[in-house]
Design a protein around this ligand. Structure first.
Ligand code: HH2
Length: 260
C-alpha cells in the first residue's frame, strides 16, 4: 500500500501533492513502482495534529480518489464516516480507518476495511501511552473489532496494530517483535490479514539518532529503518505494508514472495 497524503501538514509528504494533478501523478508513480493499493488521505493523524473540517477533507481527497480509481485499487484514509462514504462512491474500495469504527460504512458500501488500533486521539495520543500488556491489549481490541465487522457483513477485514498511534518506542518494538502472535490471532478470527505501517515514523528517527543524542533524525533520513521494519513485518506474516517508499519496499517484498 503506497501512501498519498493530500494534506499541507502530513509529517513526511505533507505539502508535496496539494494540487489534484500533482497528487494523481504521484499516485500513478506509486503504481509504476509496484504499489497494489494507493491510500489517499486528506487529514494528518500525526501526533499533535488537529482535526480538519469534513468539507475541506472531502475537497482534498475526492477528486484524487475519482481520478485514480479504475487505474489502481484505492483506499481512503479517514476517521470520518461521511468522507469514507463519499470516497467509496467516488471509486475507493477499501476504508483505512485509524478510528477502527467505520465498519458499518464499509459494510454498506460493500468495501474492505482496515481497523487500526489507536490509544487516544491524534492531538494527545503520545502524551502518556499506557498498557499493562501492549501485545495482548492491541490484539484483543483488533480481534473484537474484526469480529464485529465480519458479523456486519464486511467480507474483507484487515487489522493493523497502529505503530505510533498512542505508543511509546517500547510499545512499538514489542508489537513488531510479537507480530506473529497478532497475525495468528487475526487469521484465526477470519481476517484477510495484518497491515503494518512503520514508514518514516518517529521511533525510527530515535533509533537512528547518533549515540548519546536523544533527538530523532528527521523523516527524510528514516528510509533504512522503514525498509528494515517492513521486511520484519513481512517475515512475521503481515499481508500488507503501508509505505511512502514503494520501489525499495517492493524489492524487499519480492524476497518473501512465493519461491521461484
Ligand atoms: N499511519 C498513518 C496514517 N494512516 N494507516 C494504517 N493502516 N496504518 C498506519 O500505520 C497509518 C495509517 C500515519 O502516517 P502518514 O499518513 O504518513 O502521516 P500523517 O498522518 O501525518 O498524514
Amino acid at each position: 500500500m503506497g501512501v498519498l497524503n493530500v494534506t499541507p501538514d502530513s509529517f513526511y509528504d505533507g505539502g508535496r501533492y496539494l494540487s489534484v494533478d500533482d497528487a494523481v501523478a504521484h499516485g500513478l508513480d506509486l503504481v509504476a513502482q509496484g504499489a497494489d493499493i494507493v491510500d489517499v488521505g486528506g487529514e494528518s493523524t500525526r501526533p499533535g495534529a488537529e482535526p480538519v473540517p469534513e468539507d475541506v477533507e472531502m475537497a482534498r481527497v475526492l477528486p484524487v480518489v475519482e481520478a485514480l480509481a479504475g487505474r489502481v485499487r484505492v483506499s481512503v484514509d479517514t476517521l470520518k464516516p461521511a468522507v469514507a462514504e463519499a470516497a467509496l462512491l467516488a471509486g475507493a474500495t477499501l476504508v483505512n480507518d485509524v478510528s477502527a469504527s467505520l465498519w458499518p460504512v464499509a459494510a454498506a458500501g460493500r468495501a474492505g476495511w482496515v481497523a487500526v488500533h489507536m490509544q487516544g486521539s491524534p492531538p494527545t495520543m503520545q502524551a502518556a501511552p499506557r498498557y499493562q500488556d501492549v501485545v495482548a491489549e492491541v490484539t484483543d481490541f483488533l480481534v473484537h473489532r474484526a469480529r464485529a465487522a465480519l458479523e456486519a457483513g464486511v467480507e474483507e477485514v484487515w487489522v493493523d496494530p497502529g505503530i505510533g498511534f498512542g505508543k511509546t518506542m517500547e510499545h512499538n518494538l514489542s508489537l513488531l517483535h510479537h507480530l506473529p502472535e497478532v497475525v495468528a490471532a487475526a487469521t484465526g478470527a477470519g481476517c484477510a490479514g495484518v497491515v503494518v505501517g512503520t514508514s518514516r515514523k518517529r521511533f525510527l528517527g530515535l533509533l537512528a539518532a547518533p549515540s548519546g543524542s536523544s533527538e530523532p533524525v528527521g523523516p527524510e533520513d528514516r528510509v533504512e529503518g522503514s525498509l528494515a521494519t517492513a521486511a520484519q513485518a513481512l517475515v512475521a506474516g503481515a499481508g500488507m505494508v503501508r509505505v511512502h517508499d514503494v520501489a525499495v519496499t517492493v524489492q524487499a517484498a519480492r524476497l518473501y514472495g512465493p519461491a521461484a
